[in-house]
Design a protein around this ligand. Structure first.
Ligand code: LLP
Length: 415
């Protein structure tokens, strides 16, 4: 169920008017619904039922501290890929024993800190990383719990930039090498094998690639048993897609129930690393139309949000719905929605039929995942304010950046 509803042509988030929030806090403005996040998390929880499992929310999707706190309070674990994400989770009250540490390039410093706080598992992506981790753990007088991220060579059928489970991708350990690398891990002094892991891509809209990947992983689980390596968990990563336009991803329960059926006779727990499916449709980006610029070729609506606020359209040709926050009597026309950044690639949407006028607020939907978290200060633009709405109340969860924030850490000359 969506928390973004229309009432007499006005957009509401939970019980609050988006136009009023935009007036009060300015634009560009990210608004998230706590209710929507909670509902999405609970969909996973309910689908998993009594099956021994841990949902590790992928922090990269939206790493705001308040959002991490909402999820930590719901009992979520976390999938992290950097020291920064680790410290964010700890600051938000996340339980280190529910953290899995993914990523192809973990540094010594990152390993040390993760060992110190006691993360649940390192998802190891290469033999070189495995050796380094063992050395670091021995040096720290600890043992690192690991799973190997195996590349199952399954086509996720998604955008090439966010497809990760093919042989040609940089992620994971080659399927055919996996057993040998496990045997090597078994012999290393600083390593304790606890699981196996894969993540085949993001924004998957079909269940089949997940099932194919599960089958591939289960082949390895069986072979490992024959080598005396018994795993405690299987981590199938994240990747479940959402509806931005007309995609029809499986419901959480429909994607998980055949997976649970495959696992039910094995004595393993299931870990998942969903990001987008928890937060994408819990957020909007609100922007104001600065100018309308009709030309002989095209009509441009120049808005105050730009590619630095949401790079997904420029980077992945991503389509996210845009609607006026308040419907009006303006004559509908076809618009490219573009930002103030000095790049032709700076657009939020192209060829949208909208009835808009200068000064109107527009809402960009599906903006809870990979939008603010991928934002930048390009063109020296301060990053937007973020708000969290819960029923009748809203609170700022990140202040709009100031000029001082923009130049923090920079020096003028030698002074
Ligand atoms: N686990 C691992 C190891 C990952 O690499 C990712 C995402 C996830 C979990 C979470 O996947 P999700 O459930 O959110 O699909 N910036 C792109 C998406 C990049 C995804 C990177 N990895 C976008 O805006 O579409």
């Amino acid at each position: 169920m969506t928390q973004f509803t229309e009432n007499n042509g006005a957009l509401f988030v939970d019980n609050l008017s988006v136009a009023e929030l935009a007036k009060a806090y300015g634009t560009p403005l990210y608004i998230y619904s706590q209710t929507a996040i909670t509902q999405a998390f609970n969909e996973f929880k309910n689908a998993l039922g009594d099956f021994p499992s841990l949902i590790c929310y992928a922090v990269k999707a939206n790493s705001n501290l308040s959002i991490l706190k909402v999820l930590a309070d719901l009992g979520s674990g976390f999938d992290i890929v950097s020291l920064g994400e680790l410290e964010r989770v700890l600051k938000a009250g996340g339980d280190p024993a529910k953290i899995v540490f993914s990523g192809v390039g973990k540094s010594v410093q990152e390993m040390k800190r993760a060992l110190e706080v006691g993360v649940a598992c390192f998802n190891v992506e290469s033999e070189a990383e495995l050796e380094r981790l063992s050395d670091v753990a021995v040096g720290e007088g600890k043992t690192a719990k690991i799973s190997l991220r195996v590349n199952p060579d399954v086509d996720a059928k998604t955008h090439p930039y966010i497809s990760t489970g093919l042989k040609e991708n940089k992620f994971g350990i080659e399927f055919n090498r996996a057993i040998d690398v496990y045997l090597k891990a078994k012999a290393l002094p600083g390593i304790e094998i606890v699981g196996i892991d894969c993540h085949i891509g993001s924004q998957l809209t079909q269940a089949t690639p997940f099932l194919d990947a599960t089958d591939r992983i289960l082949v390895l689980v069986e072979q490992l048993k024959n080598h005396g390596i018994v795993l405690k968990h299987i981590d199938l990563g994240g990747g479940l897609g959402v509806t931005y336009k007309d995609e029809t991803p499986p419901a959480v329960a429909d994607y998980l129930s055949p997976i649970l059926a495959k696992l039910k006779d094995l004595k393993v727990s299931l870990m998942l690393e969903p990001g987008r499916a928890i937060v994408a449709n819990a957020g909007i980006l609100v922007t104001k139309v600065e100018y309308l610029k009709p030309t002989t070729e095209k009509n441009f609506a120049i808005v105050d949000a730009a590619m630095n606020d949401n790079i997904r359209p420029s980077l992945y040709q991503a389509w996210q719905e845009i609607r006026p926050v308040q419907s009006s009597n303006a004559t509908p026309d076809i618009w490219d929605i573009v930002g103030p950044v000095c790049e032709t690639g700076d657009f939020l949407a192209k060829g949208r039929t909208l009835a808009i006028a200068a000064g109107d607020y527009l809402a960009m939907f599906g903006a809870g995942a990979y939008c603010f978290s991928m934002s930048s200060n390009y063109n020296s633009r301060p990053r937007a304010c973020e708000l969290l709405v819960d029923g009748d109340t809203s609170r700022v969860i990140r202040q709009r950046e100031s000029f001082d924030d923009l130049i923090r850490g920079e020096l003028v000359g030698n002074a």
